[in-house]
Design a protein around this ligand. Structure first.
Ligand code: ADP
Ligand code: MG
Length: 704
C-alpha cells in the first residue's frame, strides 16, 4: 500500500469520531448527540447508555481493556485514572461492562488536585463530566489500549477545577455575542460561531543518555547550570535547516501517532536554536485544539523515549539559547463558513470586519493584563521580554494595510481605499510573478494580525492553550456585547456603526504597535502610552482578581469570584513549588557533584604544581598557580552562594503558602539561584572536561 493511502486510512483510526458514531449508533441517538456537539444543545442523559455501549464495543474490538476520564486539572498536565471494563465476577466469570453513568460522570478522589481553597480536604469530592464535543480516543502504549474520554473537572458545587470548563464557558459566551454582531449585518443563516485555533508547538530534543546525566533536566525540565558553547545560534543556520535523519524518523513517528488520534499534524521544521523544532497542526475548534495540543505534547515526549531522546517542552531549557513558545492562532468562524477575521481584498469597505477589528483592539487594550496573565507560567518568565520572544508588553500588530485604513478613518473620518500588496518580482524570467500579501510579517509582536486570524505569541511551550483562549473569547465577547447593545438600538445603522468603529479605533489606537518589540525604545514608548509591562508571573497573577476581571468573568459566566481567587492561589502555589524544586535541585547538584569535581580538579592542579616544582625548581609554574588561585576563588564563591541559597530556600519554606511566599521565592530565592549559577558556569569553562560531572550545553544541543 502506498504511504499516501496509509495516511488517509490511518487518520483518526483511534478516534470515536463522527463516522464511527454514525455507523454504530441508532439514528435517533446519533441525531441527539450531534445536536449537542454541533448546536450546543444540552446533552440528553437518556442516550448515555446507548453511546457508552457502542463506545465500549468499539474500544474492545480494538483491544482496549480499560477506560479513563481524561481531564486537565490545574497542575498543568492531564490527569487520568484507569478502570477496567470488567464486571464483578459471577460464577468466576466476568463480562466487559461500561454504563452510561460511567461515561457521563467520574468521581476521582479530588483531594490531591490543586483547588486553591475551593474545596476543603474533608469535602474532597470532585466530578469529571463527559465532554462529548471532544471525541473519545484510544491510547496505545505500555499500559495497553485505553479508551480516553475527555472530561471537565468540577467540584461538588460545580466550581471549575480545570482548564476545560472555563474554556467551554467562554466559547458559549463568544458564540452568543458574535452571533449578535453577525445579525447586525443581516446574517440570518449562521447558527453558531466558534473560535478556530491552531497552536504551533516548539520543542527541543536531546539525547536520552545525556539527559539522564542531568538532574536539572530530569527534575525541572531545564538546565540550571551550563556555560555557553563556543558556537551558539548566531549563525541561524538551524532555522528551517535540512532535517537530520534521527530527527526525521522521530517526526515521522510523531506524525503517525498523531494522525491515528485524529490530530491534523501538518507542518514541521527546525527552529532557530540548535536542537529546537516546531510542529503545527491544522486549526480546529477551540476546545478540540486545546485537547489536541495536550495530546501533541504527550506524544512528543512519549515518542522521544522510543528514539533514545528526551523532548524538552520547557520554555527556556538553555540559558542564552532561544526558548520555546506556542503560537496560538485564533479566529472566529461561523457554521456558515464566515471567518469574522477575514478582511477581504478591500478591508476599507468591509464594515463588519472593521467593527470586529475595533472590538478586538478594544478588548486587548482594556484587558492587556489578563491576556498577559493567561500566558504566565514559571518557565515563561525566562522568555517574555528577554529579546527573543515577544516582549512582556501587550500590543497589536496590524500591518501596513490595516494601519492605513485606520489612519484614514481616524484622521479623515472615512476610509476610501486599501493598499494592496502588489506583485512580487524576482528578476528571474522563469519564475512566475506572485501576488504579495498586503502586509509583511512582524515577528516581535505578541498579538499579530496574520491575514485572517490573530496570532497570540506569548503562550509558553509547556502551557495549556486553554487559559489564553478562555481570556481571548471572553474579552472579545464583552467588546461584542457592548457594540451590539449600542448598535441594535441605532436608528441609522450605517451612520451609527461608522461612528462606533471610528470612536473605538481612536480610543484604543495606543495598543497598535508595528515596530520592533524587542527594542528599548518600545519599552519607553509603551510606558508613555500607559500600556502595562508585567515582567513576571508573580506580578501577573493579581490581574485575575481585579474588580475589572471579576466583573468581566462573572458577567459572561466564565468564572465566579471564588473561582478566580482560587486560580490565583493555585498559581502562586505552583510558582513557589517550581522555584523550590529548582533551588533544591541546584543545591543538590552543586554540593554533591559540582563542588566535589572542582575539588578533584584543584587537587590535580596542586599536585601538578608541587610535582613540577620538585622535579625542576626553576620551572615556571605561574600558569598552574594562577589557575589554582582562580579556581579556588570561584570555589569559595560557589560555597558562599550555596549557603545563601540554602538559607533563602529554608526561609521561603517557612512562610505560609500563597502570595507572600511566591513573592519571596521570586525576589529572594530566584536571584540566589542566579548567584550560585554564575561562578559554577565560570568553573565549567576552566575545569577539565573529563572531570566535569555532566554533559555540557555543546554536548546536549549540538550532538543529538
Ligand atoms: P507560521 O508561518 O505562522 O509559522 P504555520 O503554518 O506554522 O504558520 O502555522 C499557522 C497556524 O495557524 C496553523 O496551525 C494553521 O492551521 C493556523 N490557521 C490558519 N488559518 C487560521 C484561522 N483562520 N484561524 C485559526 N488558525 C488558523
Ligand atoms: Mg510556524
Amino acid at each position: 500500500m502506498s504511504e499516501v493511502l496509509k495516511v488517509v486510512e490511518m487518520f483518526g483510526r483511534n478516534v470515536f469520531n463522527d463516522g464511527v458514531m454514525r455507523d454504530r449508533l441508532p439514528k435517533n441517538v446519533y441525531r441527539k448527540l450531534k445536536k449537542t456537539i454541533e448546536d450546543g444543545a444540552e446533552l440528553d442523559p437518556g442516550i448515555a447508555d446507548v453511546v457508552a455501549h457502542a463506545m465500549k464495543d468499539w474500544a474492545i474490538e480494538r483491544g482496549a481493556t480499560h477506560y479513563t476520564h481524561w481531564f486537565q486539572p490545574l497542575t498543568g498536565v492531564t490527569a487520568e485514572k484507569h478502570d477496567s471494563f470488567i464486571s464483578a465476577p459471577s460464577d468466576g466469570k466476568v463480562i466487559m461492562e461500561f454504563s452510561g453513568k460511567e461515561l457521563i460522570k467520574g468521581e476521582p478522589d479530588a483531594s490531591s488536585f490543586p483547588s486553591g481553597g475551593l474545596r476543603a480536604t474533608f469535602e474532597a469530592r470532585g466530578y469529571t463530566v463527559w465532554d462529548c464535543t471532544s471525541p473519545a480516543f484510544l491510547r496505545e502504549d505500555a499500559v495497553g489500549v485505553t479508551l480516553c474520554i475527555p472530561t471537565s473537572f468540577c467540584s461538588y458545587n460545580g466550581e471549575a477545577l480545570d482548564k476545560k470548563t472555563p474554556l467551554l464557558r467562554s466559547m458559549q459566551a463568544v458564540n452568543e455575542q458574535a452571533l449578535r454582531i453577525l445579525r447586525l449585518f443581516g446574517n440570518t443563516t449562521a447558527k453558531r460561531v466558534s473560535p478556530s485555533v491552531g497552536a504551533e508547538q516548539e520543542y527541543f530534543l536531546v539525547d536520552r543518555e545525556k539527559y539522564l546525566q542531568r538532574k536539572d533536566l530530569i527534575y525541572t525540565g531545564r538546565t540550571l547550570f551550563g556555560a555557553m558553547p563556543p558556537k551558539g545560534q548566531e549563525l541561524e543556520d538551524h532555522y528551517f535547516g535540512a532535517i537530520r535523519e534521527r530527527i526525521g524518523s522521530y517526526m515521522n513517528d510523531v506524525n503517525k501517532e498523531l494522525w491515528k488520534l485524529g490530530v491534523p499534524a501538518k507542518t514541521q521544521h527546525n527552529e532557530v536554536a540548535p536542537a529546537q523544532h516546531e510542529l503545527a497542526p491544522i486549526y480546529e475548534g477551540g476546545n478540540q485544539a486545546a485537547d489536541h495540543n495536550q495530546i501533541v505534547m504527550e506524544t512528543l515526549k512519549k515518542v522521544a523515549g522510543r528514539h533514545g531522546m528526551a523532548c524538552l517542552l520547557h520554555e527556556k531549557p538553555f540559558a542564552g539559547v532561544n526558548g520555546s513558545g506556542k503560537h496560538n492562532n485564533w479566529s472566529l468562524t461561523a457554521d456558515d463558513g464566515t471567518n469574522m477575521m477575514n478582511p477581504g481584498d478591500t478591508p476599507h469597505e468591509n464594515v463588519q470586519f472593521l467593527l470586529v477589528l475595533a472590538c478586538i483592539m478594544k478588548a486587548v487594550d482594556i484587558h492587556a493584563d489578563l491576556l498577559r496573565e493567561s500566558a504566565a507560567d514559571v518557565g515563561n518568565d525566562h522568555r517574555l521580554g528577554a529579546n527573543e520572544a515577544p516582549p512582556a508588553i501587550i500590543s497589536v500588530f496590524l500591518g501596513e494595510q490595516l494601519e492605513d485604513v485606520i489612519d484614514q478613518l481616524c484622521s479623515r473620518g472615512e476610509a476610501t481605499h486599501s493598499k494592496s500588496g502588489g506583485t512580487l518580482k524576482t528578476g528571474v524570467d522563469i519564475l512566475p510573478d506572485l501576488d504579495k500579501d498586503a502586509t509583511d510579517r512582524n515577528r516581535t509582536s505578541p498579538f499579530a494580525f496574520t491575514g485572517n486570524k490573530f496570532e497570540f505569541r506569548m503562550v509558553g511551550s509547556s502551557d495549556s492553550i486553554a487559559s489564553s483562549n478562555t481570556v481571548l473569547n471572553t474579552i472579545v465577547a464583552e467588546a461584542f456585547k457592548e457594540a451590539a447593545d449600542k448598535l441594535e438600538k441605532a436608528e441609522d445603522f450605517d451612520m451609527a456603526v461608522h461612528d462606533y468603529i471610528k470612536e473605538t479605533l481612536s480610543a484604543h489606537r495606543r495598543i497598535i504597535f508595528n515596530g520592533n518589540g524587542y527594542s528599548g525604545e518600545w519599552v519607553e514608548e509603551a510606558e508613555k502610552r500607559g500600556l502595562p509591562n508585567i515582567r513576571s508571573m508573580v506580578d501577573a497573577i493579581p490581574a485575575l482578581t481585579t474588580e475589572k476581571a471579576v466583573r468581566l468573568f462573572e458577567e459572561f459566566g466564565v468564572f465566579t469570584r471564588a473561582e478566580l481567587e482560587s486560580r490565583a492561589e493555585v498559581e502562586y502555589e505552583n510558582y513557589s513549588k517550581a522555584i523550590n524544586i529548582e533551588a533544591r535541585t541546584m543545591y543538590d547538584m552543586a554540593s554533591k557533584s559540582i563542588i566535589p569535581a572542582v575539588i578533584r580538579y584543584i587537587t590535580k592542579l596542586a599536585e601538578s604544581v608541587s610535582a613540577v616544582k620538585t622535579a625542576c625548581p626553576e620551572a615556571d609554574v605561574s600558569v598552574q598557580t594562577e589557575l589554582l588561585i582562580e579556581t579556588s576563588d570561584l570555589l569559595s564563591e560557589t560555597k558562599v552562594a550555596l549557603a545563601a541559597l540554602a538559607d533563602k530556600t529554608e526561609r521561603a519554606f517557612g512562610l505560609e503558602t500563597g502570595k507572600d511566599q511566591a513573592l519571596f521565592f521570586h525576589k529572594e530565592v530566584f536571584p540566589a539561584m542566579a548567584a550560585l549559577r554564575a561562578p559554577v558556569d565560570k568553573l565549567e569553562m576552566i575545569v577539565d572536561k573529563d572531570l566535569w560531572p555532566m554533559p555540557s550545553y555543546g554536548d546536549l544541543i549540538f550532538e543529538v
